[in-house]
Design a protein around this ligand. Structure first.
Ligand SMILES: Cc1cc2nc3c(=O)[nH]c(=O)nc-3n(C[C@H](O)[C@H](O)[C@H](O)COP(=O)(O)OP(=O)(O)OC[C@H]3O[C@@H](n4cnc5c(N)ncnc54)[C@H](O)[C@@H]3O)c2cc1C
Length: 480
């Protein structure tokens, strides 16, 4: 696969005035929903969910349908600008300098259709998880959502998608059945098993480098209730709880998916009293099975006598909120790594970095339980057939000021550094909120195949993703 000679990424960024003049050619598109620097609506339009990220694009476009997306892509490319698709901006951090970039926000496209008979959902690009989880539940069906109700379905699904059903049903990306998108020449294409199968493969785990997704279809599962909730201890019990959970996780059945967290809850008035201002250890998650099966699975954790035990039978739709993720714009900073294993000295390293007495500024440090169907290659999978390793580390801090961002990020990095001896060198890109070596998340063959597909659908390099897949150069060496 070779690239064309023109390269939108190489257009020199001389001054922001030049970018503004080029962006002005987009005026009038999207029924006028184009915001340029200096426009009254620009500051609101450019704001991502993670408000600690100060994105200053050449223009912000809010298309309402696929035709308007196509018009923006064509006009941006003609003007020598790139296009960064964005749903919510949960993962805006790695995008970098946007001076020559049109930020294409999909939040005006939120349609959701549930086909109960086929057990498939079709969502438009801007739909959030909550938009699909509730109508699916009304039809007795569940989607492979994550821990947050307001994460965008498209960004989550293109990058993997690890939720409470994952050890039983795999990553959400491998339940995607079709994708509609606008590619580099502005045309609208469909990718599924029969139509554009190579592109369909790349989109399932390869991220947002291949075009602007306008709609996604994915499988739903007949799960009406689950045994879900959380167990809570004071942080003084952190060591015994983590040791037990780490050991228990390895033999747990695929029907259960959990996370372990050390949490330092701020003393804010809107946080419920049992949590407010507390330093806690939390295990939460879901068991798919009968009450008896769930009680048997959870017994070794419950025997550690949690201060609060909220695990119970619940409507499956309720799982989208059990993790208590912040909803609405939030200033955050974080770091992540994947662990091959968590031996005894790894448990010590984790708690020395973030446990009681560590003085960490982190809001929380989390270990997600992998294994089961997450770790086995998914039959018929796309570019991300599984996540290797036993646990995923994610550490996050509130970054309301530049000083809090600096301290929080330093403490998050201190944890991932401390866990390096147990890490497998892979990044789970959905959890990576700073630029990372994207190639390290894939095998060498997968990386080359992704680069070839990117070259075919976006030869001019129009699209900018948070975790970009490069195009191939003529000598076959990939470069962004
Ligand atoms: C509070 C919180 C909880 C989370 N919980 C989970 C979890 O449980 N499991 C999990 O796996 N992840 C989780 N994540 C990570 C989340 O999946 C990623 O941040 C994901 O990228 C968010 O997608 P988005 O569309 O909301 O974000 P955005 O920042 O809008 O998008 C991220 C990237 O996705 C691509 N993209 C988005 N929309 C389009 C489109 N229409 N066309 C092409 N590309 C597009 C782009 O490359 C974009 O840069 C969580 C993140 C946060 C902040």
């Amino acid at each position: 696969m070779t690239t064309a000679s023109t390269d939108a990424t190489k257009t020199p960024a001389t001054t922001s005035t030049v970018a503004d003049a080029r962006a002005a050619t987009l005026r009038g598109l999207c029924a006028g929903a184009i915001h340029l620097p200096g426009d009254p609506g620009y500051d609101e339009a450019r704001m991502p969910w993670n408000v600690a990220v100060d994105q200053r694009p050449a223009a912000v476009a809010y298309p309402g349908n696929a035709d308007e997306v196509s018009a923006v892509v064509r006009a941006a490319a003609a003007a020598g600008l790139r296009v960064a698709p964005q749903g919510t901006g949960h993962n805006a951090g790695p995008l970098g300098d946007l001076a020559d970039v049109v930020l294409l926000r999909t939040s005006a496209m939120t349609g959701v259709t549930i086909d109960a008979e086929r057990q498939v959902a079709r969502v438009e690009a801007g739909a959030l998880w909550l938009d699909a989880v509730e109508p699916a539940a009304a039809a007795g069906l569940a989607a492979l959502h994550g821990s947050s109700p307001d994460v965008g379905i498209v960004g989550y699904s293109l990058g993997g998608g690890l939720g409470w059903y994952a050890r039983k049903l795999g990553l959400a990306t491998n339940s995607v059945t079709a994708v509609e998108l606008v590619i580099g020449d502005g045309s609208v294409v469909r990718a599924d098993e029969e139509t554009n199968p190579e592109l369909f493969w790349a989109l399932r785990g390869g991220g947002g480098s291949f075009g602007v997704v306008t709609a996604l279809e994915f499988r739903l599962y007949p799960v009406e209730t689950a045994y879900g909730g959380m167990l809570v201890w004071d942080q003084k019990d952190a060591e015994k709880v983590l040791r037990r959970w780490a050991e228990w996780s390895l033999d747990a059945p695929d029907e259960v998916t959990t996370a372990f967290r050390v949490m330092n809850i701020p003393p804010m008035p809107d946080i419920p009293e049992p949590f407010r201002g507390r330093q806690l250890v939390v295990i939460d998650g879901a068991v798919l099975g009968s009450d008896e099966e769930a009680e048997e699975v959870l017994a070794p954790l419950r025997s550690l006598e949690p201060e609060m035990d909220m695990f119970a039978r619940m409507p499956a739709a309720g799982l989208v909120r059990i993790h208590m993720d912040p909803e609405g714009p939030t200033p955050a900073t974080s770091a992540t790594t994947t662990l091959e294993s968590l031996p005894e000295d790894g448990i010590r390293s984790f708690l020395d970095a973030v446990g009681p007495g560590s003085g960490t500024s982190l809001l929380m440090a989390e270990l997600r339980q992998l294994g089961g169907a997450v770790s086995r290659p998914h039959p018929g999978a796309g570019a991300l057939p599984r996540l290797e390793g036993q646990f995923l580390v994610f550490a996050a801090a509130i970054a309301a000021t530049p000083e809090m961002e600096a301290q929080g990020y330093a403490d998050a990095l201190a944890l991932t550094e401390a866990m390096k001896p147990y890490a497998n060198g892979r990044s789970y890109l959905n959890f990576a909120e700073k630029p990372v070596d994207v190639s390290a998340s894939y095998s060498a063959d997968t990386w080359r195949r992704l680069a070839g597909i990117r070259s075919a659908v976006d030869p001019q390099g129009v699209f900018l993703a948070n975790h970009p897949v490069p195009r191939l150069y003529e000598n076959g060496r990939p470069a962004v």
